[in-house]
Design a protein around this ligand. Structure first.
Ligand SMILES: N[C@H](CCC[C@H](N)C(=O)O)C(=O)O
Length: 299
């Protein structure tokens, strides 16, 4: 039987997802992973970096579940959080500008900033970065140690990376020019099945431009190269501070392919704040044809 889903396509700096509202109406989805693969397909689906479900929560005001293009579920998504916050406020799912969003990596505090009646920018408290090797996770070594400028040799070339989790794992490589970084080579190799990263890893390339500005590009676990990655932008600032390239407690402008985010790692709370845009692209109805349906044939 064909199913239909009312969807909203949104993006944060070009990192776009298909959003299904499971608060305004119940969702009957047997496999969100399978649906993410289908809606993400640019030819047979809608085209996106994945699927995000907006759901009721008993722990926060709303709940976000995020699935990558390959159907894998992630524990956090910065661009997704900003868009969920925009959707929730504009659709009356919440009745105030500051509220909480439940994720698999805990509750995140969001604050929407309006332009007229619409949400223009959103600030999300992304919580504390996770720096312990065993929790990121990165295999080998002392599980309680940090992973800062660790050597990694690939096909005879030595690289160095710093690893940070924002609820999801990131490996950050510092380069002199993000447009010349080996994003396809290292991204394809490391992101999903490389033994060093037992849960996979989002592969980021950072070029610090000053003590308050950096370029960043990313190959995402489960989705490949995207226009932007909010958790990755947070991780890039944390890694820059761990590598003593910039200081804490000051807003850093991170330039991603799709636009800019403002990130700040605050000493007092040890939390990372992220501020940036969230945009609605379109709304529509997705016809999820049953892949097992009998093809009708007339003779
Ligand atoms: N691919 C990521 C999830 C999406 C994160 C990204 N789109 C963001 O905005 O943070 C992972 O598997 O951890």
């Amino acid at each position: 039987m064909d199913r239909t889903f009312t969807f909203t396509k949104m993006h944060g700096l070009g990192n776009c997802y298909i959003y299904l509202d499971g608060i305004s109406r119940p969702l009957d989805i047997s496999s969100p992973a399978e649906l993410s693969i289908r809606v993400s397909d640019p030819y047979k689906g809608i085209g996106s970096d994945g699927l995000i479900l907006i759901l009721p929560s008993t722990r926060a005001d709303v709940r976000m579940r995020i699935f990558n293009k390959d159907g894998s579920e992630a524990k956090n998504c910065g661009n997704g959080l900003r868009c969920v916050a925009k959707y929730a406020y504009e659709h009356g799912l919440v009745d105030r500008k500051r509220f909480t969003i439940e994720t698999l990596s805990g509750n995140k505090q969001a604050e929407v900033h309006l332009r007229g009646e619409k949400v223009d920018q959103v600030t999300v408290d992304m919580g504390e970065p996770i720096l312990e090797r065993g929790k990121i996770p990165v295999r080998g070594g002392d599980p309680g140690s940090e992973v800062v400028r660790e050597p990694l040799t690939v096909d005879g070339t030595e690289y160095r990376f710093t690893a940070v989790s924002m609820g999801n794992p990131h490996a950050l490589f510092f380069v002199e020019d993000v447009d010349k970084a080996p994003i396809r080579r290292l991204g394809a190799l490391l992101a999903d099945t490389y033994p060093l990263f037992p849960a996979g890893v989002n592969v980021g390339f950072v070029h610090p431009l000053s003590d308050h500005e950096a370029d960043y590009r990313v190959w995402e676990r489960g989705s490949g190269i995207t226009q932007a990655c909010g958790t990755g932008a947070c991780a890039s600032v944390v890694a820059s501070i761990l590598e003593l390239r910039i200081a804490k407690d000051r807003p850093v402008t991170v330039h991603l392919a799709g636009g800019d985010l403002t990130i700040e790692w605050q000493s007092v709370s040890n939390h990372v704040l992220m501020t940036g845009e969230a945009e609605t692209i379109c709304e529509g109805t997705f016809f999820a044809h049953d892949p097992n349906r009998e093809c009708s044939s007339t003779v």
